[in-house]
Design a protein around this ligand. Structure first.
Ligand SMILES: [Zn+2]
Length: 68
């Protein structure tokens, strides 16, 4: 279970409401977000909001909470 070795620049955007976590998409260091819905692949530049299909939580990318 070590997926970081392949692509260190791309991170998983997931909701950790349960196991296994729900994968909402992926994002990279530059702020690009990649979401795959069925057979379509979306490349988002800027902000995106996703609703977790399992717990219904609204997830923002980038996160809206201010930095500490
Ligand atoms: Zn969830």
């Amino acid at each position: 279970m070590d997926a970081e070795s392949e692509s260190s620049m791309v991170h998983r955007w997931e909701c950790h409401c349960g196991m296994p976590p729900i994968l909402l998409g992926t994002f990279d260091e530059a702020g690009n977000v990649y979401v795959s819905i069925r057979k379509r692949h979306y490349h988002v530049i800027g902000r995106i909001t996703a609703t977790c299909p399992r717990c219904g939580a609204v997830r923002h990318r980038p996160p809206e909470r201010p930095q500490s």
